[in-house]
Design a protein around this ligand. Structure first.
Ligand SMILES: [Zn+2]
Length: 407
């Protein structure tokens, strides 16, 4: 059973029934799922959670769903002790939450699994989304599993591998001549006109909740404790806020000790409105025109930027931007130390870790979790300079001569 009881305005507190709506009629602020935490605390304990499936759905009772879940096997991804990368950066207790290994290769499978489950519950036969690429793939895959129709809208300049990554599931794939922010505006207009379940518009309050499982899993995988520091990338900022919410809920439910995790948000310098605001000491996010190769997080007008800022500030964390070059170096370093091929957003996380460790913001002995949210192979073009093979004839002598090995 679900403990979700209403949608609640994050600003004025007005409550609404659990319907596919995402904005408050009174103040136009985003709505969020509100739960009966007292009942949840009575109904849940660690043992019960451990009996659940080895996927994000082991936390089903903490998610706002009633119907049978649309499950392609998302979540419960590895938490890897990153000793090699940690040695390189001067961090002794560094862990990587490797969300590259989700079914469609990014963390988006978590929120989408919840949102598509809700779409079915609400009786939609069609789902849709605005995406920088990863979300499109995840929505299309979940729609395929749920026998629903999917419309996915992406900017025309999205990487070719991301188009293939969505098209393989046979959605109606639409490229839009504009930026992600243009695509988002277009989808808001479409959502008013068509009775489609827009994953990151009308279904956004439910979609948001899926990313809490990142926080839940990390705490469970650390032996039921929150990390000292967490570093995660931000596009809209939503996932960042939900990692925090996941940890916070566990402590509220008495499943872990009170949380004192410093939350660090990172962005590419060419699209860093949240980091800019943090560094300027304001909670007001000024939109920017993205100019970065880190396209998966290139959102110039982040919908949850304000809330992400609040989490970074109130948790005693921080914000960090890295250049495209630093992001690419980070991708290579992560692959070459830990064997994880992340997309450029993962490189941003590694670049930010390097800076935060060097500046002493993150101390050498603090238990730190880096969230690597998407895999690299769909955008491998940006690191193709790495390919410098030795060329030999198919005989031993040629190998020995070219590689300089042998007797
Ligand atoms: Zn309101």
């Amino acid at each position: 059973m679900s403990y979700a009881r209403a949608l609640r305005c994050r600003k004025c507190g007005q409550e609404y029934p659990l319907q596919p709506i995402n904005l408050c009629d009174f103040c136009l602020s985003p709505l969020e799922v509100s739960y009966d935490y007292k009942a949840m605390a009575r109904g849940l304990n660690r043992e019960k959670l451990l009996e659940g499936p080895v996927s994000m759905w082991r936390y089903r009772d903490m998610l706002p769903v009633e119907g049978k879940e649309v499950d392609i096997g998302s979540g419960f991804t590895p938490l890897v002790k990153a000793d090699n990368l940690g040695r390189e950066l001067g961090l002794e207790q560094l862990y990587i939450k490797n969300d590259c290994v989700n079914p469609t290769y990014s963390f988006k499978d978590r929120p989408v699994s919840v949102a598509v489950t809700k779409a079915l519950e609400f009786g939609f036969d069609t789902v849709a989304c605005a995406s920088t690429g990863n979300l499109a793939a995840s929505v299309a895959a979940h729609a395929a599993k749920a026998n629903m129709k999917a419309y996915v809208f992406v900017p025309a300049n999205v990487e070719p591998g991301k188009l293939v990554g969505a098209a393989i599931y046979n959605p109606v794939l639409v490229t839009v001549d504009g930026s992600y922010d243009d695509v988002n505006r277009l989808c808001a207009a479409l959502a008013e006109r068509y009775d489609w379940g827009f994953i990151n518009i009308g279904l956004r309050p439910y979609y948001a909740e899926g990313s809490k499982t990142l926080g839940y899993e990390v705490a469970e995988q650390l032996g039921w404790r929150a990390p000292d520091c967490a570093v995660a990338p931000a596009a809209s900022g939503l996932c960042f806020t939900r990692i925090w919410k996941g940890l916070d809920e566990l402590s509220m439910l008495g499943l872990i000790e009170p949380v004192d995790t410093h939350m660090y948000v990172c962005q590419a310098a060419g699209s860093s409105p949240i980091v800019n605001a943090f560094q300027a000491g304001t909670l007001h996010v000024h939109p920017v025109e993205p100019n970065t190769i880190v396209q998966s997080i290139a959102i110039g007008n982040p919908a949850d930027g304000y809330y992400a800022l609040r989490v970074a500030r109130q948790s005693g964390g921080g914000a960090c931007a890295v250049s495209d070059e630093e992001a690419i170096d980070g991708m290579k370093l992560l692959a070459q130390t830990e064997g994880i091929f992340a997309e450029a957003a993962g490189g941003v996380v590694v670049g930010a870790l390097r800076k935060l460790a060097a500046s002493g913001d993150i101390k050498r002995n603090e238990l730190t979790v880096a969230f690597i949210t998407g895999a690299g192979p769909r955008t491998q073009g940006i690191v193709e300079d790495i390919v410098r093979p030795f060329t030999v004839r198919p005989v031993l002598e040629s190998v020995e001569e070219v590689l300089g090995v042998g007797a």
